[in-house]
Design a protein around this ligand. Structure first.
Ligand SMILES: C[S@@+](CC[C@H](N)C(=O)[O-])C[C@H]1O[C@@H](n2cnc3c(N)ncnc32)[C@H](O)[C@@H]1O
Length: 276
């Protein structure tokens, strides 16, 4: 097994991470070393991102790329980086944990078990966590669509909080499979379909839409619109670096008359709650 580490300058690390997660959607291990942040992925030779792609992802932030043979207990150490995440608002709370972490048994907390498999979304990434925070701000009910569902964490959280029906869409087969498996494991009723937001037409819509996508895809959705022409009543838009949020809010205001009701930050990331 190989450990492939990308070392980048701290001041540009979050931007490099955003690019890197496109190449390694199930997440990366993170270590700090003074002014340098190291992001690492594990895999067999041939499964890892190609070096030119990694160099392009890091851009001007690159310090160095190193590879190292690691013993086969790497997955045990990898698990140590997927920790439970708890999001709370007044009397409602969600705890998202990987399957190898025990439930903490607290009452009044929705306990979600998410195995990311090869898909993005352990709940721990700022972009997902911010969506969960904004979801807790909304009144559950009616239909919900999760655009780019990854592991299904947001769709499953919505179903468990009371939205119905819930639809999860992703263009990656691994994500569709992971969302189906995780929904079943959490006794959550979620329909899951393969859908490519770039090529399959306007985005399916519902009164509540969750969209943890990156800026280009959110702008694409803003421009191409929603199926049936009806904008959601509430759109949670995440996956944005803080400086990208104004542009995306403006695009949904211009094309769909949505206005910004809330904005949350985590690290370098921002998420928007846009409403009609
Ligand atoms: C940042 S992840 C979010 C995953 C999960 N919803 C979460 O919040 O943790 C973005 C997801 O969008 C999906 N995606 C990227 N491009 C897409 C496209 N063109 N059509 C549909 N899904 C796409 C990716 O496969 C990935 O699962």
């Amino acid at each position: 097994m190989i450990r492939l580490a990308l070392r980048v300058r701290r001041e540009d690390a979050e931007i490099a991470l955003a690019e890197l997660l496109e190449l390694a959607p199930s997440g990366v291990e993170e270590r700090e070393d003074g002014d340098v942040i190291e992001y690492a992925v594990y895999g067999a030779p041939g499964e890892l991102p190609a070096l030119p792609d990694l160099r392009a992802a890091a851009g001007g932030a690159l310090v160095e790329i190193t590879t190292q043979e690691v013993p086969d207990d790497w997955h045990e150490r990898w698990k140590a980086f997927h920790r439970p995440v708890e999001v709370r608002r007044e009397d409602r709370a969600l705890r998202v944990r990987p399957p190898w972490e025990p439930a903490d048994g607290a009452t009044g907390v929705e306990d979600l078990v998410i195995d990311p498999g090869q898909a993005f979304g352990t709940g721990a990434h700022h972009t997902t966590r911010l969506c969960l925070e904004l979801l807790l701000e909304l009144d559950p009910g009616d239909a919900c669509v999760d655009l780019g569902c990854g592991s299904g964490v947001l769709a499953i959280a919505a179903a468990r909080l009371g939205w119905a029906p819930v639809l999860g869409l992703d263009h990656e087969a691994e994500s569709v499979e992971a969302t189906r498996a995780n929904a079943a494991a959490n006794a959550a009723v979620v329909e899951v379909r393969a859908f490519d937001l770039l090529h399959d037409g306007p985005a399916p819509t519902a009164p509540t839409v969750l969209a943890n996508l990156l800026r280009p895809l959110l702008l694409h959705v803003a421009r191409t619109g929603f199926s049936g022409g009806e904008a959601p009543r509430a759109l949670v838009a995440s996956g944005l670096l803080a400086h990208e949020a104004d542009e995306v809010a403006a695009a949904f205001a211009e094309h769909h008359g949505l206005y910004e009701a809330d904005r949350r930050h985590g690290g370098e990331w921002a998420a928007l709650l846009l409403v009609r």
